[in-house]
Design a protein around this ligand. Structure first.
Ligand code: COA
Length: 330
């Protein structure tokens, strides 16, 4: 069977920077609290006329160009997001239209912070199996339109930001590129981090009360999420290494989902890896959910921190709960 590799990456961040001090004008919080608890100093918010599909399309164009391909070469779009432009259809079809792709398939993935790694695993399978040659994988979010900017929402709102990252997956020699992917879920914790309303569990699915009582915003059991994340990240990274016969000392770079700097720090400590081998950019972008890994990967490649031949591990944990990893020989 042939291999599958990431041929090119791209990212698109809105230009509007929102600092912690900006948020203190809207809710009872402080730069000190946010930095100490999360490591976040600023995040980006999209301007009103910018939609998730715009960010995703811009990131995708860069990834296609860096892969040395043209849009006509793309065989399939996979779009991972928890903040779709429309309830339906998914964002993948909007990107297909905006990029002017052939009438290729467009698949949306709904696995939140693990969305990009889940989507990458689908691309890996299609390419390794010979069903598609060039799969465009996008992780992209516009959180800023779905957050509660008053004090009751502060625990969630200060964490999240907007952004988009993309990768093109194409054929590789066997044993090169994506070595393996590992997906997990534990749905009994679905309600610990969710936006359950509006939704079709309710009848009617949307009411005035949901809006008036602020029930439409994401809810997070922060301590619970933290406790599970610091266990699952190291576990799923070790699983990927063990599957391929490697030790943590073989890894050139771990790129974790940028959930919270304290979680990333716990991952470094658990794996006994030095700071420079576990990438972090959360200080500048906050948590961009499905976008955080492809944005970080693109920055790593650009900064020369991921080079040909390096062993790279992507790892994610988030709502669902879901968690996942991908081990890549770059
Ligand atoms: N600014 C100021 N105070 C805040 C605040 C904010 N943005 N958010 C919460 N607080 C307050 C709380 O109301 C609480 O006040 P109280 O003691 O008077 O009740 C106090 O700060 C401590 O809150 P607590 O929830 O115990 O804080 P914490 O140390 O657990 O940190 C998180 C909260 C959200 C930062 C932390 O739980 C976390 O990082 N969880 C993981 C979240 C995450 O990564 N989510 C993404 C998953 S992909």
């Amino acid at each position: 069977m042939r291999g599958a590799r990431i041929m090119g990456t791209g990212r698109e961040l809105p230009s509007r920077v929102v600092t912690n001090d900006d948020l203190t004008k809207l809710m009872d919080t402080s730069d000190e609290w946010i930095v100490q608890r999360t490591g976040i100093r600023e995040r980006r918010y999209a301007d009103p006329e910018v939609a998730n599909c715009h960010l995703g399309t811009a990131a995708a164009r860069k990834a296609i160009e860096k892969a040395g391909l043209s849009v006509g070469d793309i065989d399939l779009v996979i779009f991972a997001t928890l903040s779709p432009d429309m309830y339906f259809p998914g964002v993948g079809v909007l990107v297909q239209e905006m990029l002017g792709l052939r009438n290729v398939g467009a698949l949306d993935v709904r696995d939140q912070c693990s969305g990009f790694v889940y989507a990458l695993s689908v691309a890996e399978a299609y390419v390794k199996g010979g069903f598609h040659d060039h799969v465009l994988v996008i992780g992209s979010e516009i959180h800023s339109r779905g957050l509660n900017f008053s004090t009751p929402g502060r625990d969630v709102t200060v964490i999240f930001g907007d952004g988009s990252g993309a990768a093109v997956v194409g054929p590789a020699e066997p044993g090169k590129g994506i070595l393996s992917t590992h997906l997990h879920s534990e749905g009994k914790y679905a309600k610990e981090l969710c936006a359950a309303e509006p939704g079709f569990l309710q009848n009617p699915w949307l009411t005035h009360e949901m809006i008036d009582e602020g029930r439409i915003y994401p809810k997070m059991n922060g301590k619970y999420v933290f406790a599970h994340a610091v266990r699952r990240f190291p576990e799923v990274i070790r699983e990927a290494l063990a599957k391929n016969g490697y030790a943590t000392s073989d890894v050139g770079m771990v790129i974790p989902h940028q959930a919270n700097e304290r979680i990333t720090q716990a991952v470094r400590e658990a794996l006994e890896l030095p700071t420079e081998k576990v990438f972090s950019n959360i200080e500048r972008y906050g948590n961009t959910t499905a976008a955080s890994i492809p944005i970080a990967l693109d920055e790593c490649v650009e900064q020369g921190r991921v080079k040909d031949g390096d062993l790279v591990c992507l790892a994610a944990f988030g709502a669902g709960f879901t968690w996942a990893s991908a081990l890549i020989r770059w």
